[in-house]
Design a protein around this ligand. Structure first.
Ligand SMILES: [Ca+2]
Ligand SMILES: [Ca+2]
Length: 201
């Protein structure tokens, strides 16, 4: 009986899992010659992998690297090992620098590059805030496997004709995550149960 009460308590306060992380930066204030790199906040610029100019940091023919780090978030285990993802929402604030934005891609390191019209149809020189649904391009399992391989981190890349000043990723699935408050209640209930049992002996 007591155990049923305990289970009911846990179920009542459990919620679906969500993890999210944000990367921020600014348009780089300096440039260097390749193979150098320029860091602006959470973003690091390298020469683009498909060639082009040898200046790094002006956002033309540059590849941008950053990391989403979810380690330590309460929902990480449920997202990584639980049910299929129901949302995988990537937000990017981009300013295209060149006509060749029409070939630009974003991707999780190790997975295929994402060619989205949301990126490739942007206007040169105009800051844009776009939202890409990663589940339109990746399976849930691909994202979860990458997350597991990275121990809660995802290495991200963008190439190659824009500057990037903000990126955010939110992952959601319906797997229950006990909230810290619930754990406290559960621990108290468990301690009370143990006390009762001990007194009975
Ligand atoms: Ca460049
Ligand atoms: Ca390009």
């Amino acid at each position: 009986m007591r155990f049923f009460v305990l289970l009911a308590l846990c179920a009542a306060a459990a919620s679906a899992a969500t993890i999210s992380d944000v990367a921020t930066g600014a348009v780089p204030s300096t440039t260097v010659a390749a193979p150098g790199a320029v860091t602006a906040g959470d973003f690091t610029y390298f020469k683009g992998r498909y060639g082009g100019n040898d200046t790094v940091g002006e956002g033309v023919d540059d590849e941008i690297h950053w990391v989403f780090d979810f380690s330590g978030q309460p929902g990480l285990g449920a997202i990584t090992n639980g049910a299929a993802l129901t949302a995988a929402t990537l937000r990017l604030k981009l300013t295209p620098t060149d006509f060749w934005i029409i070939t630009d891609t974003v991707w999780i390191d190790g997975l295929p590059e994402i060619s989205s019209p949301l990126i490739q149809s942007l206007t040169v020189g105009a800051a844009a805030d776009i939202t890409v649904n990663l589940l339109d391009y990746y399976t849930s399992a691909q994202i979860q496997t990458a997350l597991k391989a990275g121990n809660g981190k995802l290495n991200m890349l963008f190439q190659d004709d824009a500057t990037l000043t903000y990126a955010a990723l939110t992952l959601t699935n319906p797997t229950a995550v006990p909230e810290p408050a619930t754990l406290g209640v559960a621990a108290a209930a468990l301690a009370a149960t143990a006390l009762v049992l001990r007194k009975r002996r």
